[in-house]
Design a binder for this molecule. Structure first.
Ligand code: ATP
Length: 320
C-alpha cells in the first residue's frame, strides 16, 4: 500500500474530524500518502479528491462536523457507480480506502473491496446502531448534547407543571433515547425496538404520576416512533395536563466532540490504517468487549443489534 484515501459518508457525527486526523497522521507516520475524498461516495465519483498532509488536519480534533463533508449517493448503490468508484481510485493511485460512516457506508465499502480496492470501515454515527461494535464515534457527544437540552426543558416543564415530549434522534435505534431516559430521569421512553404504540398506557402513566404528586412528566420519544406534536395534542386532550413537544433535531449532530469521541476516533482511525498497512481489506474497526478489534464487513453487516433489556428495565424502575 502506498496511498490511502479517506472519506466520510452518511450522516455526520462529532468526532469524524478526529478520525480523519488520525487516518492522515498514522498514514504519514508509516510513510504513506493520503488523499481526502470530499462528500462521501459522491465526491469519489466526481473526483473531488485532495492531497492531505499532517498539517491539513491541524486544529481539527476539537471541531464538530467533517472537514471532508459528507453526502448520500444513490449512484453508488448501483454496480455501475461502484465500478466507476474503483476506477477513480486506481486513476488516483488510491490502493487503500478508509470509509468513516454507518452500516450503509460499510455496504458501499464492501462493494469497493470486492472490486479490488483494499477498504476498511470506521464506525461513525451518533445512533450507536452498528451491531459489531459497542461504540460508534459521535454517540457520546450527541447523547450529552441531548441530555443537556432535556435538562433545560425539564426545568421549565417543572415550573409550569407540564408534560414534555422530547424527540431525540434515532430513526431505527433507540440508544440516544434510552440513555437520555436514564440520564434525565424520564417517566417514559419510546424506543423503535419495543414501542407497542399504546398511547393509552402513556396517558394512564401521566395521570397516575400526577396523583402521586409528580410535578413534571418527561416522555422521551425516539425519532422513529411518530409525530411528537400530534402526540402532545392527543395526550393533553385526554389528560387535561398541558403537554408540549420539543424536537431536538440536528443540534444533536453538531458541536465539539467529547473526550470519549476524540479518543475512540483517534484510535479507530489509526487502527484502520494499521489494518491497511498489514494488507487487510473488507474489515470494520470495532470496540467489542472492552477491546479494539476488527470484523469482516460481510460478517459485521449480518450481525443484529439488540437493545439492552436490563438498561430498559432500569430506566422504567427508576422513573417511579
Ligand atoms: P447513518 O447511520 O448516519 O445513516 P450510513 O452510512 O448508514 O450512516 P446511508 O445513507 O445508509 O448512511 O449510506 C451512506 C451511503 O453509502 C449511501 O448514500 C450510498 O452511497 C452508500 N450505500 C449505502 N448502501 C449501499 C449499498 N447497499 N451498496 C453500495 N453503497 C451503499
Amino acid at each position: 500500500i502506498k496511498t490511502i484515501g479517506v472519506l466520510t459518508s452518511g450522516g455526520d457525527a462529532p468526532g469524524m474530524n478526529a478520525a480523519i486526523r488520525a487516518v492522515v497522521r498514522r498514514a504519514v507516520s508509516l510513510g504513506l500518502k493520503v488523499k481526502g475524498i470530499r462528500k462521501g461516495y459522491n465526491g469519489l465519483l466526481n473526483e473531488e479528491i485532495i492531497d492531505m498532509t499532517a498539517r491539513d488536519v491541524s486544529d481539527t480534533i476539537s471541531r464538530g462536523g467533517t472537514i471532508l463533508y459528507t453526502a448520500r449517493c444513490a449512484e453508488f448503490r448501483e454496480e455501475e457507480g461502484q465500478r466507476l468508484g474503483a476506477e477513480v481510485c486506481r486513476k488516483h493511485g488510491i490502493d487503500g480506502m478508509v470509509v468513516i460512516g454507518g452500516d450503509g457506508s460499510f455496504a458501499g465499502a464492501q462493494k469497493l473491496a470486492g472490486l479490488g480496492i483494499n477498504t476498511i470501515g470506521v464506525p461513525g454515527t451518533i445512533d450507536l446502531d452498528i451491531a459489531c461494535t459497542d461504540y460508534t464515534i459521535g454517540f457520546d457527544t450527541a447523547v450529552n448534547t441531548a441530555m443537556d437540552a432535556i435538562d433545560k426543558v425539564r426545568d421549565t416543564a417543572s415550573s409550569h407543571e407540564r408534560c414534555s415530549i422530547i424527540e431525540v434522534m434515532g430513526r431505527n435505534a433507540g440508544y440516544i433515547a434510552l440513555w437520555c431516559g436514564i440520564a434525565n430521569g424520564a417517566e417514559d421512553v419510546l424506543l423503535p425496538e419495543n414501542y407497542d404504540y399504546d398511547e393509552q398506557k402513556l396517558i394512564n402513566n401521566l395521570i397516575n404520576n400526577r396523583k402521586r404528586g409528580k410535578k413534571h412528566h418527561i416522555i422521551i420519544n425516539a425519532e422513529g416512533i411518530g409525530h411528537s406534536v400530534s402526540m402532545a395534542r392527543r395526550i393533553e386532550a385526554a389528560t387535561g395536563v398541558e403537554t408540549r413537544a420539543t424536537i431536538l433535531g440536528h443540534m444533536q449532530r453538531g458541536g465539539s466532540p467529547t473526550c470519549r469521541d476524540r479518543v475512540y476516533a483517534s484510535i479507530m482511525g489509526s487502527y484502520a490504517v494499521d489494518l491497511l498497512a498489514a494488507g487487510k481489506t473488507n474489515r470494520v474497526v470495532a470496540y467489542k468487549g472492552g477491546k479494539y478489534t476488527d470484523f469482516d464487513i460481510d460478517e459485521a453487516l449480518a450481525m443484529q443489534k439488540h437493545l439492552d433489556e436490563y438498561e430498559y428495565k432500569v430506566s422504567k424502575a427508576l422513573s417511579v
